[in-house]
Design a protein around this ligand. Sequence first.
Ligand SMILES: [Zn+2]
Length: 63
Amino acid sequence: MRVVRCITCGKLLGDKYEEFEQRVKRGQEPKRVLDELGVKRYCCRSTIITSVDLTEEIAKFKR
Ligand SMILES: [Zn+2]
């Protein structure tokens, strides 16, 4: 398991990160997943979003 910590506030996001990654890869909307996981601070949200490599998924949607 990856240790993901918010760069700004230091909150441990590892478990949320994994859940987020799985859900987004299943096609759920990133913003909504973060809301449901209770990640409310902007710093934590951007940490999670930038930690996940979504380039492949985004490319899929553009096709
Ligand atoms: Zn944070």
